[in-house]
Unconditional design. Structure first.
Lengths: 357, 618
């Protein structure tokens, strides 16, 4: 937050160069930021219009320059001086020694485009402030309350599905939720699978996520596995976000206590057949840094899963689906699985529901 | 009398043929318990019509009332039990006293404190009604006394500035009779207050937008659209178009965040079914005071069969301009004069910008008549040019609904081959505007504040925005009707201040669609410092829209004197609409000491952070 505050301060001063200049004018009578021409005008109205007009005729190209000068809100070139009260002027703060007129080049000035009638006093006078005005302008103690940094949350059960395929029935889930602000969020992710009446895999992750760019959040936290094998914990570090062409992507690296490491890559995409009938291709890839017999995986690419799910959004929040999922394991992971009586490849039809809250 | 309905409509109401859910299943309004709802005629020609409070002394009680607009009873926030809030009628030159009391029930989902803000009214800062900026708000059981001099005339409105109470019904018309005679005449005078109602708790709607910002977009491009476009424009062009949007991770059908899939639109607090009716006699001049009191909806308003003469914008007189249709942004007001004759009923038709729904009322010679209600227009699709992206693919240009002449290709011509199609030549006028708009950039490419760089809350930046003042707007180009644009609005008076702006503040409208985060220059309200103006100065505010959405920007306390493409004073407004891809400027005279709100008037954009505090200091 402090970085952002500094940003806004820098931004403000970058945006408002004239603001500083205007303050100088009020404070010191003559500002160095003021252009030579207007300084002259302010300083006793030394210049008549005549000579300027002659200069203008010689130099029509100077118009733009002058028009872009910062015009501080002081009375400068008014033809009607009857409103001026010089008795209120305090010149004691003026330091003429700082003025350097040697750089002034009046030949570049073009006053021919100046409209002295409108560039001076406002047509509608600015009301003189009273104490009542000042009293009415005192801001309240408590700042305006808004929802721009409010805590929001979301929970998506992306997959809650079941199947009946060899070697038996099974079901699986994949869910993720967040709670937090636009930039800082606490994420919960969980996925798992039951086959043949026993828990084949299950994990839950608790992550802190921070938005680091337009489309990407960095996440870091813990993952806890209850299956396969004995329960174990991992450190998790990853990114999640929206890749070009609106692919939803998650990539995470996990470090286990015993020095094992895993990487998971997930991507999914919504193909709109209609605005309610949506085909979702998805791929998941697991890589292992080394063999982990307890989990039945070997180093290298261990498993991959590709799914194609067709859902119908009866409501945005409720969409049943059917799909086909192909799962396979590779290399020695496949061998380990076959030894354990599992198939290295499996294709199954699934049916499920996608809901969010 | 060729009109088909007039023959059989003797006293028998003829309901609209298309009675969709979104148009309201109930006539709506506050449930009075006596059968029927108190429908406000709001005919101002008669002195004290029902629902009208006039004078200088007002007692306004903010509470909740049961309402039913969709067939489901809900609780609205109301003033004196009325939705919309009572019409307040003031007189320029008077001093008004408004005692506003908070009678919200304890534990209301709409909050415990409340407030009323007088939109577009020039007044002391502590009378402006923004909690946390003007005052502390009105606590439970408290009464706040607003008292100030009325120094302007015209059509305005008022609404809550607390939480989401405005969405829940806390808005009403505010009419100020001018001290001097008006420069036009009329025999009838009606308020036409448009608004959007949801059965959802507005806070739940906000939370929903945070979870899924495109919840209401059921018009996204599908595989079928791809096949159609590929056949029409060629596969390559279609792929290029999809790639351009895909790389941005955006969708060109994203026209509005909340639409009729959520909202029921209301006209003077009643649904289309309720058929608000304004009576006229043939040949009479009827003044309609159009007010957009919605939370999130731009309405496109027309009265088939009638020309509308626009005589005032945001309460301020303009040179009359005659149009068939106008887009009214949230919080804007337009006064139009129509002269109905030749048929006994005319439909006042207001469809939303996203083309998802409408609300209709009737001008008729007697109660119970109804004219045909037109179909909602075809839904437009945003082009890259709409968003100020010069590099437009051919695919994006292929859409039949587009009017290429009005697309503002002026921003193109950066060496992109797509601009070599000859359209640029037809846009000399727009080109001129573009030249002016890009005054501060040497290459014609828009520069952006440093705070937007790498900012996770900024998902897009426009490349070459233009003022587009003569553009009727997305979905209104080439529709065969004469549509109002800002370029056609000229104040009836010269620049009331007259000074050239002493300095320029450029602010970018920024956002992130997926996060539903909105901001200025990538900084949300909570993260931004106040903008400081010096009392008495004249400055120029330049707005650049870096988003896909259309944002009506409202500065409290001071006028926004909109400039034309040449930087000259054009029209005085309190709310300046900013379509995507635009760069527009206005002059501000900082003659109001104190802290003021400055924000997008789309309620959920403001609440998400698209707001700044403006401090006018001595």
């Amino acid at each position: 937050m402090s970085i952002r505050t500094r940003l806004s301060a820098a931004l403000l001063s970058a945006l408002l160069p004239g603001f500083a200049a205007a303050q100088d004018v009020h404070g010191q009578g003559v500002s160095r930021d003021e252009t030579p021409g207007s300084a002259q005008h302010a300083d006793g109205h030394a210049l008549a219009d005549g000579p300027d007009d002659q200069a203008a005729a010689a130099n029509p190209a100077g118009t733009e320059t002058h028009r872009r000068q910062a015009h501080a809100p002081v009375q400068r070139t008014g033809h009607d001086h009857s409103q001026m009260d010089h008795s209120q002027m305090d010149h004691s703060q003026m330091d003429h020694s700082q003025m350097d007129h040697s750089q002034m080049d009046h030949s570049q000035m073009d006053h021919s485009q100046m409209d002295h009638g409108r560039a001076t006093l406002p047509r509608t006078p600015i009301p003189v402030l009273t104490d009542a005005d000042r009293a009415a302008a005192v801001a309240p103690a408590h700042l305006h309350a808004m929802g721009d940094n409010a805590i929001n949350h979301s929970l998506l059960l992306d997959r809650l599905e079941t199947w009946d395929a060899a070697p038996g029935t099974g079901n699986a889930w994949e869910a993720q939720g967040w709670i937090g602000t636009d930039l800082d969020r606490l994420w919960v992710r969980s996925m798992g699978e039951r086959t043949g009446g026993r828990l084949a895999s299950a994990d839950v992750e608790l992550l802190y996520g921070r938005s680091v760019s337009r489309w990407w959040d960095v996440v870091a936290g813990l993952r806890h596995d209850t299956a396969p094998g004995p329960a174990q914990d991992w450190l998790a570090l990853g990114v999640m976000g929206l890749a070009p062409y609106r692919f939803e992507v998650q990539a995470t690296v996990y470090l286990g206590k015993a020095g094992q490491a895993e990487a998971r890559l997930e991507a999914e995409y919504d193909v709109l057949l209609t605005n309610r009938l949506i085909l979702q291709p998805a791929v998941e890839l697991s890589l292992q840094a080394r063999d982990d017999a307890r989990r039945g995986v070997a180093s290298g690419i261990s498993t991959a899963e590709a799914g194609l799910r067709l859902r119908y959004e009866f409501k945005r929040r409720f969409a049943p689906y059917v799909g086909i999922v192909h799962e396979r394991s590779f290399g020695r992971t496949a061998e380990l699985r076959e030894v354990a009586g599992e198939r290295a490849r499996q294709t199954r039809w699934v049916a499920g529901v996608r809901v969010w809250f | 009398m060729s009109f088909p309905f007039t023959g059989r409509a003797e006293g028998a109401p003829v309901h609209a043929a298309r009675r969709r859910f979104m148009q309201g299943l109930a006539a709506g309004g506050v449930l009075a318990g006596l059968g029927g709802w108190p429908r406000h005629g709001w005919a101002l020609a008669t002195a004290h019509a029902p629902g009208v409070l006039a004078g200088t002394e007002f007692d306004l009680r903010i509470g909740t009332s049961p309402v039913d607009f969709t067939g489901k009873p809900r609780t609205a926030v109301t003033v004196n039990g009325s939705l919309p809030a009572p019409l307040l009628r003031w007189r320029e030159g008077s001093t008004v006293n408004l005692r506003v009391s908070n009678a919200l029930p304890p534990g209301s989902v709409h909050g415990t404190t409340t407030s009323l803000h007088w939109h577009g009214i020039v007044l002391p800062a502590n009378m402006d009604g923004v909690p946390g900026l003007s005052f502390d708000g009105i606590g439970p059981g408290q009464t706040y006394q607003y008292r100030f001099d009325v120094r302007q005339g015209g059509t305005y409105w008022y609404h809550s500035h607390s939480g989401f109470q405005e969405q829940a019904g806390l808005y009403g018309p505010l009419i100020i009779d001018p001290a001097e005679p008006e420069p036009f005449s009329y025999q009838r005078d009606y308020v036409v207050l448009l608004s959007d109602w949801t059965d959802l708790d507005p806070a739940a709607l906000f939370a929903r937008l945070k979870k899924m910002s495109d919840f209401d977009n059921y018009a996204q491009r599908t595989v079928g659209d791809f096949v159609r476009d590929a056949r029409r424009d060629g596969l390559r062009a279609t792929l290029q178009d999809r790639a351009a949007w895909g790389q941005m991770r955006m969708t060109p059908t994203d026209l509005s965040d909340v639409n009729a899939n959520t909202y029921t639109y209301l006209l003077n607090g009643t649904t289309t079914l309720g058929n608000w009716t304004g009576l006229f006699k043939h040949g009479e001049r009827v003044r309609l005071r159009l007010i957009n009191g919605s939370s999130m909806t731009h309405f496109d308003v027309r009265i088939p069969g009638l020309k509308m003469s626009v005589v005032a914008a945001d309460g301020q007189y303009v040179h009359p301009v005659t149009v068939d249709e106008l887009r009214i942004a949230t919080a804007e007001t337009f006064d139009v004069i129509v002269t109905p004759s030749g048929q006994d009923a005319f439909t006042v038709f207001a469809q939303d910008l996203g083309r998802t729904g409408y609300v209709a009322g009737t001008l008729a010679t007697r109660e119970g008549l109804r004219a045909p209600v037109p179909a909602v227009d075809a839904r437009p699709i945003l082009s890259m040019a709409d968003m100020g992206h010069g590099g437009m693919s051919d695919g994006a240009m292929g859409h039949g609904a587009m009017d290429h002449a009005a697309m503002g290709h002026a921003g193109m011509g950066h060496g992109d081959a797509a601009s070599a199609d000859g359209t640029a030549a037809a846009n000399a006028h727009a080109m001129h505007g573009a030249h002016q708009a890009m005054g501060s950039t040497s290459q014609g490419m828009q520069t952006h504040p440093e705070s937007e760089r790498g900012n996770p809350l900024v998902d897009m930046q426009t490349m070459s925005p233009t003022p587009k003042l003569d553009d009727p707007g997305i979905g209104l180009r080439g529709n065969g009707r004469d549509v109002l644009s800002y370029a056609r609005l000229r104040s009836l008076f010269e620049d009331p201040d007259g000074r050239e702006p002493g300095r320029e503040i450029e602010l970018h409208l920024t956002g992130h669609m997926e996060k539903f985060a909105w901001s200025f220059d990538g900084l949300k309200f909570v993260d931004a410092k106040p903008l400081r103006l010096n009392y008495g100065e004249r400055l120029r505010i330049v707005l650049v829209n870096d988003t896909m959405m259309t944002h009506p920007i409202h500065l409290h306390g001071m006028w926004s004197d909109l400039e034309d493409a040449q930087g000259e004073f054009m029209v005085r407004k309190h709310t300046v609409d900013m379509p995507p891809g635009t760069r527009r400027s206005y002059r501000v005279r900082a003659d109001a000491l104190g802290s003021w709100a400055y924000h997008c008037h789309l309620l959920y954009h403001m609440e998400a952070g698209m707001m700044r505090q403006v401090q006018v200091v001595e």
